[in-house]
Design a binder for this molecule. Sequence first.
Ligand code: CO
Length: 164
Amino acid sequence: MAILEIKKFNDPVLRKRCESVKKIDRDIKKFVVDIAQTMKKNKGNGLAAPQVGVLKRIIVVQADLENQHILGLINPIILETSRKKKKNIEGCLSFPGIFLKIKRATKIEVEGLDIRGKKIKLEAKGLLARVFQHEIDHLDGILFFKRLNFLQKIKFKLKYPSIY
Ligand code: CO
């Protein structure tokens, strides 16, 4: 196990698109354990591979807040999103100290592979649905402030001109 370094703010790796995982080998399995440990250590609700400098489509999420169950998902895709959306405060381990009100679907359906390569499909709502959307965005280099509305974006750019 290893705690990985989290890439922050202007790191270009955060703005790139990740590649699909072709084969879940030992290195991938080890990586999922490491990124899960890294998320836990940093008290995050989720973490995506590019945030530790790896351009692969892998995320980990805190799937169960009470039981501390961490779910690793490989090549995740969102199959469905609810039409209903809600604004709520979001943070990101790559942007410590920045909290933004982001509108996200309240319910989603996600599909992906677990570390054994088994296909899993699950429904998430509320905070968990939000975390999935945030982390899967990371895999396409989409950072949370890109989801702000037009006016919020202008304010954000003025406040953090070097980040946007
Ligand atoms: Co993030």
